[in-house]
Every structure is written in structure tokens, then in C-alpha cells.
Design a binder for this molecule. Structure first.
Ligand code: 9MR
Length: 849
């Protein structure tokens, strides 16, 4: 173990903890009775499915196979006194034949079974000593020590000896292994992007840095001292190795950066470093699906039976009643995505997630980067881009949460559906035996449904007109229901068995829903609502970013990016640039280049960083200004290793990456027969509030960036969720789009619009110096419009995306010259705005004017 320099220990003293237990220091009285089993088995007890016996002076038990939960088989002792604020050492010698991960707990013996210590010892056949410390938060005369041994498909034998619990222990100090003090993006840097790194050092004057590849010096320069960084408590310097004079950094692998006697972890420079990120981040959703078997053929290592599909022991999501007293009907709410590491399904969180997937598709429709078959999902090959098929899986679920006609609150959406009580880990979805319940309707959920259904209506129109119409009808109904009941909030205390997702201000959800309804319908009611909303003009670009509870930003981004005829659209677009400028300023001021710098980090901070990057990316789409793209790229550096912990937060990306995210089915840390989360899974990230016991035991007093631990039980710092992977997928998709604008100009004019159709003329001008020899122009319609007849170009259509190709006689466009072609289109419900993103031979030739 490497000791930190004294100043580092000072800066983060309370956040640091050892990786290995400290030497025994517990000298208080022994609290366990007969922990050496010299006097038989009493007062130890076990659940009825196993019997205790003494073998060679140890307590042993045959543990039956075929149980589901850890607590299905328990060996324990009760009536153990705990003294508040006393630090205890709990130790034992344990054996498993064959080897197994068990749970060792010191806890409240009755519901809610609060755990004061929760450990997951990996027991082996030869046996090991285990030692843990914890500080009791309570005075309790009768705590319980328990070994939870259930959850194994096959039988095994457990033996234990020398069980001891003594007060007077010195609290453990956890210290993460943060590796070399030169912090880089371990995945790599794009040749066309910024290349920055951070050095942690005691030096206050510039020090030299060297970029090497295979022992060869590639570039060198001096660091820039940045002082003590508030987010980590570290003294830092920054390094810009992309702009050093004479630098000709060639793409390649195995680069390292040296400074202050330290060598960074290796990294690549290449145009391909993020090539797989988009698909990986999106493939996360398939294995989060509920109600459908996950096929091992599509996701090797992740196959599992359908969860909550109406097969025992599941109580199923097919006929779900409400919580007692909430409603007197049942709904079929099968399907959708599990929210996170739990088996809950929540409309507010599903809303922003499915929106961001649809939005990733919508912004790049013309670019054609999302295709049918790119994600290898069951729907691949059905003619619809896979990203939309995946989004539909969730959108169908959201629709099913709407209260049917004739029932109280008809048109509103139930806030959530989840287990009646919290379950433990691990627990595969199909093995969850808990009762499932619908929770009361809420205005927030209803508006999430209105927003996403309105968006789905225009995006699915070219593929499935009936589904589009169903969504639009549901959106209108939800909007009306929300207007009629505008302040029905989810109960903050309704957090048993699932998260509360409470939110007492839904004016932002109203704005977002109105924006989506306006974009899809162009109707006056929605336009007026948007224009009158305080969120339309207010400063919504919070430093903390946006998330499921703060959705005005989604409305504003959509109104800026999706073609529409809002009278103040130029101002809306300008406001996005201003928001992005704010995040750029925060990033520039941050020694780690993080575009997020509140004094404390929030739950899911990595998604908030990413959402701030989404604002920068939209600003880049709108303006073409490279500084915004650079901001996005530098933000990724933080997530992939340029941070205080020197780790990547995306599973499978970078040499040291999060892999034990809190999940009941990717629970390899607890059960080696289960997988880790799939490649491309984002961890929630540092959370200053550290609500879970593991983080509280290990990270107390942490500086923001240190409030994270890659432990499966740290649900408040290390969970995975559908709404955290969605901005990752969005950004990864953004990275795939053309960066540069082409040397061309397009005018796209609708010369006539009548109830069933329209007549459009398009002129492409070569504004460059070289002749264009052969051309393809791509754009997309807003919704279900289609090209019927065309002239002077060969036109084809795939979904809403139109491709016009030159004919032989107008193949060449000389500098300064233009070609003109036209078509008659069939109109579809909703507005038919001029496309704003046009690509000539793959380069952008038009943005919102
Ligand atoms: O992501 C949610 C975070 O913003 C809230 O502060 C927190 C407490 O309500 O809940 C988080 O969401 C969790 C949800 O309640 C249950 N499923 C897992 C979610 C991620 O941890």
C-alpha cells in the first residue's frame, strides 16, 4: 500500500480509509457469548432449514440449495448490546465448502433491520480470518449478529469459529488507491480535441511535463499551478499537452504523461477511442428490460428469464393492484426498464430517460447514425432504428401507467410501480417474490407521460402511424388531466420498497410537456403556454445541472434544437449558448476540467456533469463553435479518469473502472456466478451526502470528488440507472456526428402547402473552391411527411430521413454554382417545418438560422 504525502492526508483526512483492515486494536469486553463454541451451540440459533452442529471445535451447518435470498438461511446470535459512537471490531474465522460469498451483519433484529455493519466475506474451503470495524450509531441493548447464508442454487457447508465483537476498536481509515498523481483520460483523446491532464502535487511553482510514447519523447512543457481544488482538497496543476509548440501528436496507443516524478496510466490518441461508446451505452437498456427474457445470444453472459412477467415466484406486473386504499382496479404494466439496481419502475425517471434516447435519435435523424440492427436487440431487422425500438419498450410501459377512462383521475399517470418492501442483494428479477403495487397518480408523472408521448408521436409517425396516434392521444389526455390537477405531488415519505422520486415543483414539467406538444402539433394552446412559462425566459442553467426533478432544461433544449416557428426562437437558441458559456467558464476554472462545480456533489453527479455537457453539445449544434465541442470532450476526460480518484466511471472503459455498481442482478461482487454490469454502464458517482451505510462507514468527511466507492452496497454513490446512462448515450451519439461544416449552402423552400401535400424546391450552392463531383443531400422531416414525386434528383426516404442524389447531368457543382431540385410531398398530422440540419456528402450544410 502506498502512503499518501502528509499534505494529502491532511486535505482529505476524513475521506481516506485503508484497503486492508488495521491491526487489531479492540480492547473492550467481548460481547459475543460462546464465540469459540467450547460449550456447544447455544445461544446461537439458525433458521429452520438448517441445523447447527459442532465439528472439530467449530460451529457448522449444512446450507440447503435452492433458496433465493441471503436471509433465507441464517445463523445468528441475539441480545448483543451496542453503545452509541463506540467503535467495534467484529471478527471471525469462516469456511465454506465449496467456496461462497456470505453476508455478515450486525443489525437491528426487527423490521427495518437497520444494518450497523454489513460485510460480504468471500469464504473459501481452506478458511480465512475476517475482521471489520464499525461505529455504532445507536444505543441498543439487543442487537443481532447474523450470518446470512441463503441464495445458493446448490447446497454447501458453512463453518465458523472465534466469533468476536469487541468495543474500543480504532476506526478504520479507508484510503482509495488513487494510483499515479498524473491524471489523464485513460480511454484516450481524440486527435481533433483538447488534450489536458491534471497533476496532484505539493509544488506551487510550474514543473516540467513530458509526453512519451514507447520511451520516445513526443512533447514537453511546463505545468500550470492551479492551487487547491475545492472539489478534491488537492493542490493541483493542469497540463495542456495538445497545444505545446512543435507538438505533432500522432494517433497511437501507449502514450504516457510524466510530471513531478510520476507517470500517468497509459492512454491512446485516436479518432476511434469512443467508437464503441454509443452502442455500449445504449445496449445497457436491453439488459434493464422487464417482462421479456434477456437472450444470452444477444448479450453473452447476461441471459436471464423474463422478470415480473406473471410467472411465480414473481407476483408479476400483469395485473398490478394499487397500494391499499389508492385505487380499486389493477393495471397490466408489464415491460419497461427497471429503473436502476432495484426492480422498481418509475414514470418520472423513465420519462427523462426515454426522452434522452429519443432526443439522441431526433437530433441526428439526418445523420443516419442510428440504424436498424445496430444494437442487436430482439426487434433488430424490423425496419425501425434500434434506438427507437428500445425507447418504445419503455414508452409502451409509460402509456400503460395512465389511468383508464372512467376511473378516478383518468388521464393521469401513476407515479410508480414497485415492490411493497425493499429486497436484498443479489436478487434476479424473475425471483423477486414481493407484492407489486401501483402508487398514487402524480402531476409530475402525468407530465412526463405527456412530454414523452408527444415526442414519440412525431418520431414514430414514419414507422407506425397507429402507435404515433396513440401517443398523441395519450399526451393530449395527460396534458388536460395535469392542467385539471396541477399540484398532485408524490409523497416524499412513500419510499418503502422503492424510491420516492418526490418533487413539489412541477412548473418545469409543465413547460417541458408544453414544449413537446407544441413541437408536435404547433397548436396555439401549447405555444401560448410555452411563451408564458417563467421557465421560457428564466435562468434555468443551474450549476448543478438538470435531472429527473428539473426538466425545464429539456423543454428549452428541444425548442432550440427541433425545427419550429416559435416567435422568439432566436432568443431561445441564444439562451442555450449562454447556458453553455456558463458551463465552459466553470470548466475552465476547474483544475480537473469538470463543467460542474457546486460546493457539494449531488446524488448521480456524473449524470449532472453529462447533462451540462448536453447543453454544450446542443450549443455546438446550434452555433458550430468549436469551443463547445471541446468542452464536451474535456468533460469526458473527467469521467474516464482525469479525476481525484484516478478512475473511470464507465464499466469496461479505462484500466481502472467502476464495475461493482449497486444492482440486484449484476451482483458479481456478492455472487461470483453473476456478471458485473455490462460494458458502458455509468456509475452514479461522487455524492457528498453519502446516504448509504458503506459510504458512511468509509467516506465520512469526504471532499466532493472523494465521496464515491466502487462497492455494490454503496447505493448512494455507486448505483446505475436508466436516467444516468441516457445522457451518456446522448453524448456518445453526439460524438459520432460530423464536426465540421461543409463548404456549401442550401436553401429549402416550401412553395406550396395544402391539406394533403406540399411542394418543395431545394437549391444547393458550392461555396468552396473545389468542384463537387457527385453529391448526396440528406435531411429529415419532423414527423410522418413523405416524398411522393420528385425531379432533378434521385430521392429516397427511410423513416423521416430523405436522401437526394444527383442525376448524371447535375453531378458536378463548380465553385460558386448551384443545383436545384424539387419534390411533391404528402403531408402528415402536425407542422411541416423546414429542416435545419442538412448534410451534403456527410458534412453539415445547414443549422438553425
Ligand atoms: O436518483 C435519485 C436521486 O436524485 C434522489 O435524490 C434519490 C433519493 O430520492 O433517489 C435516487 O433514485 C433512486 C431511486 O429512488 C430508487 N431507484 C434507484 C435510484 C438511483 O439511486
Amino acid at each position: 500500500m502506498i502512503r499518501p504525502p502528509a499534505w494529502l492526508a491532511l486535505a482529505t483526512a476524513a475521506a481516506l480509509v485503508t484497503l486492508t483492515p488495521l491491526p487489531a486494536a479492540a480492547d473492550g469486553p467481548e460481547q459475543i457469548v460462546n464465540g469459540t463454541f467450547d460449550t456447544g451451540t447455544a445461544p446461537w440459533w439458525s433458521t429452520g432449514n438448517t441445523a447447527l452442529e459442532i465439528e472439530a471445535g467449530r460451529l457448522c451447518a449444512d446450507i440447503p440449495g435452492g433458496t433465493v435470498n441471503p436471509w433465507d438461511v441464517i445463523v445468528g446470535q441475539n441480545d448483543i448490546p451496542l453503545v452509541k459512537d463506540e467503535t467495534y471490531e467484529f471478527s471471525f474465522f469462516g469456511v465454506a465448502t465449496p467456496g461462497r460469498v456470505a453476508r455478515a451483519l450486525v443489525q437491528l433484529p426487527v423490521d427495518p433491520y437497520t444494518q450497523y455493519l454489513s460485510a460480504n466475506p468471500e469464504l473459501s474451503v481452506s478458511g480465512n480470518d475476517y475482521r471489520y470495524t464499525f461505529t455504532s450509531p445507536v444505543d441498543l441493548p439487543g442487537a443481532q449478529v447474523a450470518f446470512q447464508l441463503g441464495g445458493s442454487a446448490t447446497p454447501w457447508r458453512f463453518c465458523v469459529d472465534d466469533v468476536s465483537l469487541k468495543g474500543g476498536a480504532e476506526p478504520d481509515v479507508y484510503r482509495p488507491d488513487t494510483g499515479p498523481r498524473v491524471r489523464v483520460n485513460m480511454v484516450g483523446y481524440l486527435p481533433t480535441g483538447p488534450k489536458r491532464a491534471t497533476l496532484v502535487t505539493e509544488e506551487t511553482e510550474p514543473v516540467g511535463w513530458r509526453l512519451r510514447r514507447g520511451g520516445q519523447l513526443v512533447a514537453q512543457g511546463d505545468t500550470v499551478p492551479r492551487g487547491v481544488d475545492g472539489s478534491s482538497g488537492q493542490n493541483t496543476h493542469s497540463i495542456d499537452f495538445g497545444t505545446a509548440p512543435g507538438t505533432g501528436i500522432a494517433p497511437g496507443t501507449g502514450y504516457t504523461l510524466e510530471a513531478d516524478g510520476e507517470t500517468s496510466r497509459p492512454f491512446d490518441i485516436g479518432a476511434d477511442v469512443y467508437d464503441e461508446l454509443r452502442n455500449d451505452a445504449l445496449k445497457f437498456y436491453y439488459t434493464q428490460r422487464s417482462g421479456i427474457p434477456i437472450l444470452d445470444t444477444l448479450r453473452p453472459g447476461y441471459g436471464r428469464p423474463a422478470g415480473h412477467a406473471g410467472v411465480a415466484p414473481n407476483q408479476g406486473d400483469v395485473e398490478v393492484p394499487c397500494q391499499p386504499g389508492v385505487c380499486d382496479y389493477t393495471l397490466n404494466v408489464k415491460g419497461g426498464w427497471y429503473d436502476a439496481g432495484d426492480h422498481g419502475k418509475y414514470v418520472v425517471n423513465g420519462g427523462i430517460s426515454v426522452h434522452q434516447l429519443m432526443s439522441a435519435f431526433e437530433r441526428a435523424k439526418a445523420d443516419g447514425i442510428h440504424s436498424d440492427g445496430d444494437l442487436d436487440i430482439p426487434e433488430s431487422g424490423n425496419g425501425v432504428p434500434d434506438i427507437l425500438d428500445e425507447a418504445r419498450w419503455e414508452q409502451e410501459f409509460l402509456l400503460s401507467m395512465q389511468v383508464p377512462d372512467g376511473r378516478p383521475h383518468a388521464g393521469m399517470a401513476h407515479h410508480k410501480i414497485h415492490d411493497a418492501a425493499w429486497t436484498g442483494l443479489p436478487l434476479l428479477p424473475h425471483l423477486d417474490a414481493q407484492r407489486r403495487e401501483l402508487h398514487p397518480v402524480s402531476t409530475a408523472a402525468t407530465l412526463n407521460l405527456a412530454a414523452t408521448a408527444a415526442q414519440a408521436a412525431r418520431l414514430f409517425a414514419p414507422y407506425d402511424a397507429a402507435f404515433a396516434a396513440r401517443n398523441l392521444a395519450a399526451a393530449r389526455k395527460a396534458w388536460a388531466a395535469a392542467k385539471a390537477d396541477p399540484a398532485r405531488y408524490a409523497d416524499a415519505s412513500d419510499g418503502v420498497g422503492g424510491g420516492a422520486y418526490d418533487d413539489n415543483n412541477v412548473t418545469d414539467e409543465f413547460y417541458w410537456a408544453a414544449a413537446e406538444l407544441y413541437l408536435t402539433t404547433a397548436e396555439k394552446e401549447f405555444r401560448d403556454y410555452v411563451l408564458a412559462s417563467p421557465h421560457h425566459t428564466g435562468d434555468i442553467w443551474r450549476e448543478r445541472g438538470f435531472d429527473w426533478g428539473s426538466t425545464a432544461q429539456l423543454g428549452r433544449l428541444q425548442l432550440a434544437a427541433v425545427p419550429n416557428a416559435l416567435p422568439d426562437r432566436a432568443r431561445v437558441r441564444q439562451s442555450v449558448l449562454e447556458g453553455a458559456d456558463g458551463y465552459l467558464a466553470a470548466q475552465r476554472a476547474h483544475p480537473y476540467g469538470v463543467p460542474y462545480n457546486p460546493s457539494t456533489y449531488d446524488w448521480g453527479s456524473n449524470s449532472l456533469v453529462l447533462n451540462n455537457m448536453v447543453v454544450m453539445a446542443v450549443a455546438h449544434d446550434l452555433s458550430g463553435e468549436a469551443k463547445y465541442r471541446d468542452g464536451v470532450l474535456e468533460g469526458l476526460d473527467y469521467l474516464f479518469g482525469r479525476n481525484a480518484l484516478n478512475q473511470s466511471y464507465v464499466t469496461g472503459y479505462g484500466e481502472v473502472a467502476a464495475k461493482n455498481q449497486h444492482s440486484r442482478w449484476y451482483a458479481r461482487q456478492l455472487d461470483p456466478s453473476l456478471p458485473n454490469p455490462p460494458r458502458g454502464t455509468l456509475a452514479g458517482g461522487p455524492n457528498s451526502s453519502i446516504q448509504d451505510p458503506v459510504a458512511q462507514a468509509k467516506l465520512r468527511g469526504c471532499a466532493p470528488q472523494f465521496c464515491y466507492i466502487d462497492d455494490i452496497e454503496s447505493w448512494s454513490t455507486n448505483e446505475l440507472t436508466i436516467n444516468w446512462n441516457s445522457p451518456l448515450a446522448w453524448i456518445a451519439s453526439y460524438l459520432d456526428t460530423p464536426a465540421a461544416a461543409g463548404e456549401c449552402k442550401v436553401t429549402y423552400t416550401n412553395h406550396g402547402q395544402w391539406p394533403e401535400g406540399f411542394n418543395t424546391q431545394v437549391t444547393v450552392t458550392n461555396t468552396g473552391r473545389k468542384a463537387i463531383d457527385g453529391w448526396t443531400l440528406k435531411w429529415s422531416f419532423l414527423g410522418g411527411q413523405t416524398v411522393r414525386r420528385h425531379w432533378s434528383a434521385d430521392i429516397s426516404q427511410d423513416g423521416a430521413t430523405v436522401t437526394a442524389r444527383n442525376l448524371s447531368w447535375n453531378k458536378t457543382i463548380r465553385p460558386g454554382d448551384s443545383v436545384t431540385f424539387g419534390f411533391i410531398g404528402a403531408d402528415a398530422p402536425g407542422p411541416n417545418p423546414k429542416p435545419e440540419r442538412l448534410l451534403l456528402n456527410g458534412t453539415l450544410c445547414g443549422r438553425p438560422a
